[in-house]
Design a protein around this ligand. Structure first.
Ligand code: COI
Length: 332
């Protein structure tokens, strides 16, 4: 068996190399992303592993089919950039890594919220300027707040545990009820109720597709004054312009954003010596009440190792047994 792994970052290499040695399976490491051009390198290999934020071009899958490659294994969880129809047409199975570390994302969300509640961004900016005054950055305490968790999958549930540990009141919403969360009586009936009753709304749901936002001017109007939004899920869940306005005009206290609707091509790129064209993002960065990070919630040693190795294990299972526990249902 010979595998090829695309879009590999420096920090992933050692885990892939270790896996290759332990399992005695050749894995060619490619730093380029998977495109209609680079997929040509896969000729002669049995399976392709990849991670990228850019959409996967349909032509990639025609070429895979030509080469007799019928499994694509992703090193991440989100499959929103994969054209399912092209996979089906070419008889290609897809796997992801659904649970590389729910705790990584959950801990990030809580850390971001705590930083905002204690006004770290403004305080650090002041201290950098040798302004050591306290006011106006008086903090708020998590144990006094109601946290509304939207989405009670693995990440949402990990976040609930941490919030409860801090003494916050937790309420939750999900279309699909988890028995544990149900038993604790945390579910409210609908998203509107969650928005209305929460001091903090934290999003742990997948993308609903372009244009289908959960946080926008209409839903913000429903929210409590001074509420906070935390998003470490997908950028397109929020209308960022409308969120920014609500923070700027004082309706919302602030936000923690690890994802952004126009992040592709920007996040995880050094643009420090370039003209910056995204004026909205510029305003967000300047705001003392919006903490913005470049999609790093997942970025821990545990998660990166799991992404590298679980994707390869799924590939082996697909090639040896024709299926794996992480295979995506392309008809959903
Ligand atoms: C995913 O796993 O889909 C993520 O959002 C994290 C990614 C940046 C590796």
């Amino acid at each position: 068996m010979k595998l090829i792994d695309f879009g590999v970052r420096e920090d992933e290499k050692k885990y892939i190399q270790e896996w290759s040695k332990t399992n005695n399976i050749e894995v060619k490491i490619v730093t380029d992303l998977l495109t209609p051009e680079t997929v040509k390198m896969a000729q002669g290999y049995d399976g392709i592993v990849a991670y990228q934020q850019l959409p996967y071009d349909e032509k990639i899958f025609d070429t895979m089919n030509e080469f007799g490659i019928h499994v694509l294994s992703l090193r991440n969880v989100g499959v929103d950039n994969v054209p399912f129809e092209a996979l089906k047409r070419n008889d290609i199975r897809l796997t992801n890594v659904p649970s590389y570390s729910p705790e990584a994302i959950a801990e990030y969300s809580v850390a971001g919220l705590m930083a905002l509640l204690r006004n770290f961004k403004h305080m650090i900016r002041k201290v950098d300027q040798h302004d050591f005054r306290w006011a106006p950055d008086i903090g708020r305490e998590l144990n006094q707040l109601t946290v509304g968790v939207a989405g009670t999958g693995r990440i949402g549930r990990a976040a609930i545990k941490i919030y409860q540990g801090f003494g916050a009141k937790v309420i939750a919403y999900d279309k699909f009820h988890n028995p544990e969360i149900e038993k604790q009586g945390l579910y409210v009936d609908d998203l509107d109720t969650l928005l209305k009753e929460s001091d903090v709304v934290t999003l742990h749901i997948p993308s609903l597709g372009k244009g289908h936002t959960v946080i926008n001017k209409d839903t913000i109007a429903e929210m409590k004054d001074n509420a906070i939004v935390v998003n470490s899920a997908r950028g397109d869940l929020i209308n960022t312009e409308e969120l920014y306005d609500a923070v700027a005009n004082g309706k919302l206290y602030g936000a923690v954003l690890d994802v952004y609707e126009n992040e592709v091509g920007v996040f995880n790129t050094d643009l420090s010596d370039q003209e910056f064209s995204d004026k909205l993002l510029e305003r967000v960065i300047k705001s003392n009440r919006i903490i913005l990070t470049p999609h790093i919630a997942f970025y821990t040693t545990k998660a990166v190792k799991n992404m590298a190795t679980v994707s390869l294990n799924s590939m082996v299972s697909e090639l040896e047994n024709g299926s794996s526990e992480n295979e995506i249902n392309l008809d959903k």
